[in-house]
Design a binder for this molecule. Structure first.
Ligand code: HPA
Ligand code: ZN
Length: 334
């Protein structure tokens, strides 16, 4: 069976990272930007490893130059997501790529994204919410205007705050100022950790940034006390198995090579609340349908398991109660 039509909740995507390569090539052509070096001969994104992926990602972002481009991007992304049954999606959005941290510009970009999201909600039955995201390798100073943008626009569309980017740059505590600002404004928090940095990065992220969710978090499997702490605190992991296998994320000091070696099953068996997402689907050659199919194939997950997965994701989602109720109804219509 294929899980393409089953309704799905997806919490961990990066908006620009969902851009199909053909979409980025189209923008590049319109603006006469030469980014031919970031594509393989077959048209897919080309990069060697995670750090090079971040460079290619940023090169692709140079084609996104104004609110109208983000309107078109959001529309294209939601059409693709809806075709895989996604009824609720959260996506990381960054003021660094949308006006460079200026609040007035940021509001204009957000309005464009929100217009596209409203149209997709009406026409396709998919709801999108944005999580304002610090780019870690831009450094702690840059995280402060990002937090200001987040706090100033927290509301209907912007529902949370987080951090992505190069996980091995600095320590979580270096970004505590920005996370404190967001927490004091009442924003729920997430942070990428344990994709590369092992259990110590997850533990420091929980201790110093006091997040509600962890992006990836799979390195926690190396430390049973940490796994217990995660279970007891109720922190949910945004696990992205296809991304981890494609990028060879770090588990037990080795690059993850095979789906069968992915720790999601062990984390789940230990009682950790796990969710499943695609991260940057065209970059990693995956879709939510592929993720569901691979979990069914690798770990014998069934429809019941996927229903539980959806519910765990919906419970952890950063949205308001009305949206949660609307999405719960969409999940029932199976
Ligand atoms: N991981 C970390 N940072 C990112 C990613 C990712 O997959 N995509 C865009 N920024
Ligand atoms: Zn991510």
């Amino acid at each position: 069976m294929t899980y393409k039509s089953m309704p799905k909740v997806e919490l961990h995507t990066h908006l620009e990272g969902c851009a199909p390569p053909a979409f980025i090539r189209g923008l590049a052509q319109e603006k006469s930007i030469d980014i031919s070096g970031i594509f393989n001969a077959d048209g897919t994104y080309a990069y060697r490893d995670f750090n090079h992926f971040l460079e290619v990602y940023e090169a692709a972002c140079t084609t996104l130059q104004g609110p109208e481009d983000f309107y078109r991007l959001t529309k294209a992304v939601l059409e693709e997501s809806a075709s895989h049954g996604i009824v609720y999606q959260e996506t990381f959005v960054s003021p660094d790529f949308c006006g460079g941290g200026d609040v007035t510009a940021w509001r204009e970009y957000l309005a464009a994204m929100q217009t596209a999201a409203d149209e997709a909600d009406r026409d396709l039955g998919i709801t999108l919410k944005g999580v304002v995201t610090v780019i870690r390798h831009f450094g702690p100073e840059a995280s402060k205007p990002t937090a200001t943008c987040a706090v100033e626009t927290f509301g209907d569309f912007i529902t949370g705050f987080g951090m992505a980017g190069g996980e091995m740059v600095g320590r979580p505590g270096d970004y505590a100022y920005a996370f404190d600002m967001a927490r004091e404004a009442g924003m729920p928090l997430t942070c990428h950790a344990g994709e590369w940095g092992g259990p110590s990065m997850v533990a420091e992220t929980l201790r110093d940034l006091k997040v509600d969710l962890i992006g990836h978090g799979i390195g926690a499997i190396e430390d049973s006390n940490l796994v217990r702490q995660i279970v007891e605190s109720g922190v949910t992991l945004e696990v992205c198995p296809g991304s981890n296998v494609f990028l060879k994320a770090n588990v037990f000091g080795k690059g993850l090579e095979r789906w069968g070696d992915h720790p999601i099953q062990k984390l789940r068996d230990a009682g950790v609340k796990v969710t499943v997402s695609t991260d940057d689907p065209p970059f990693f050659g995956t879709t939510m349908t592929d993720e569901f199919n691979m979990l069914a194939q690798t770990f014998d997950w069934t429809e019941d398991d996927f229903r539980t997965l959806n519910q765990t994701a919906l419970d952890a989602a950063f949205c308001d109660a009305d949206t949660r109720a609307t999405v719960a109804k969409r999940l029932e219509t199976e």
